[in-house]
Unconditional design. Structure first.
Length: 392
């Protein structure tokens, strides 16, 4: 924890003194939309990869994120609760993780990863979806099923609930324009999350899915690129976070790693992105900082590019706030399901977690410094422990 801040402080006897004169000291960064375990093709991870493969690479992914200065992340779907436990125990080096665990999806929704056109339901054939077994998603239809799915997810140790509420780019079945789940089903999920003192976030592209989610009580909207101005106004009125990505939609389909099925949907999303960003800025919704990079460890090296992808719409100061204290406010919506409550995150103040990043230069004047963390981030500290120090 940060003990004292001020001038002329005396270091305790035997303490290590780190001189950061001439550098910029920042809180550790927070990424509000990650999928640490989604580092390979979805079909391979769920249906073909050997046991242990996913977890081993997810651990590497976590270590690399910490070494880019991200000391906390919100994992918005996938089997990362065990990884969080391993990091907290010190067995793996990585950021703090607030994990959503299994995503909740309707049949033929974004979380219905099984690409087979002929599929025997588990209710008739006794076949359990490997995506469920391996901790990726729960297919649930109707109020009773979504209630059970939410309760199971919370039972597993999730800090929040992730709903799949609209069509997707990488989904096996759902076109991008599809709205998923009824408002009654959404309300049932939200109510179960609230009983556990936490909240639900939702994958939603269409304006109808965004409106349904907000009216149902969802506290954060992921992506939301096709939301109308009315939807953004409601988002602001209800104090709902907008968690979208900028860098992810600034590439070509090839650069983004899209296959031939996903590429047309990616281009549609990219086409709507600028309008969504401008409306969000105009209305003044709370903007989270998240990257949603999937498909490989190499893809995740682009994580710091999110800082400069936002410069068309926000100032460096606004972007740094999004990636620190504003994201921390979003994480606090997990209430008592928030695993890290001993201090504040996303700030440098007395009593806060000692999560510190030291930059060679001033990101407020040149945000591009953060795109080369290996060179420009000289010190990374998480909870008072130094994981990188190249100041000397």
């Amino acid at each position: 924890m940060v003990k004292d801040i001020g001038k002329n402080l005396k270091a305790p006897k035997g303490a290590e003194v780190i001189d950061v004169t001439g550098k910029t000291l920042l809180p550790g960064f927070i990424d509000a939309h990650t999928h640490l375990a989604l580092h390979s093709e979805v079909d391979y991870l769920i249906y073909s990869s050997p046991e242990g493969y996913m977890g081993a690479k997810a651990a590497t992914n976590a270590t690399q994120m910490l070494m880019r200065g991200f000391t906390t992340v919100r994992d918005t779907g996938g089997p990362t609760i065990g990884l969080r436990m391993a990091i907290d125990e010190g067995a793996v080096i990585g950021p703090r993780i607030l994990a959503a665990g299994k995503m909740i999806s309707q049949s033929a929704g974004h979380g219905d990863f099984n690409a087979r056109q002929i599929n025997w339901s588990q209710y008739f054939a006794g076949q359990i979806d490997p995506a469920y077994i391996r901790g990726w998603t729960t297919i649930a239809d109707g109020i009773a099923e979504v209630q059970k799915a939410t309760r199971e997810t919370l039972r597993s140790g999730a800090s929040l609930i992730k709903i799949m509420g609209s069509g997707s780019i990488l989904g096996a079945h759902d076109p991008l324009d599809v709205t998923e789940y009824t408002i009654e089903e959404l309300k049932a999920i939200v109510k179960e999350a609230e009983k556990w003192g936490t909240y639900a976030t939702i994958h939603a592209y269409t304006s109808e899915s965004v409106m349904n989610a907000i009216n149902a009580g969802v506290r954060s909207v992921e992506h939301g690129l096709f939301a109308s101005e009315e939807a953004f106004q409601l988002m602001k009125e209800k104090d709902v976070f907008f968690s979208t990505q900028f860098m992810a939609f600034s590439s070509t389909p090839e650069e983004a790693g899209m296959n031939e099925v996903a590429a047309p949907k990616y281009l549609l999303a990219k086409e709507g992105a600028d309008n969504g960003y401008r409306l969000a800025k105009k209305v003044g919704v709370k903007m989270a900082f998240g990257t949603d990079l999937v498909g490989g460890l190499d893809m995740n090296t682009y994580q710091p590019q999110e800082f400069i992808a936002r410069l068309k719409y926000y100032t460096p100061y606004e972007i740094l706030v999004q990636a620190t204290s504003l994201n921390a406010e979003l994480l606090e919506r997990s209430g008592k399901r928030h695993p890290y409550q001993e201090g504040a995150l996303g700030v440098v103040k007395e009593g806060a977690y000692a999560d510190i990043v030291v930059v060679d230069g001033n990101p407020l004047k040149d945000l591009t410094l953060l795109t080369d963390p290996e060179k420009n981030i000289k010190l990374i500290m998480k909870d008072g422990k130094v994981y990188k120090n190249t100041l000397n």
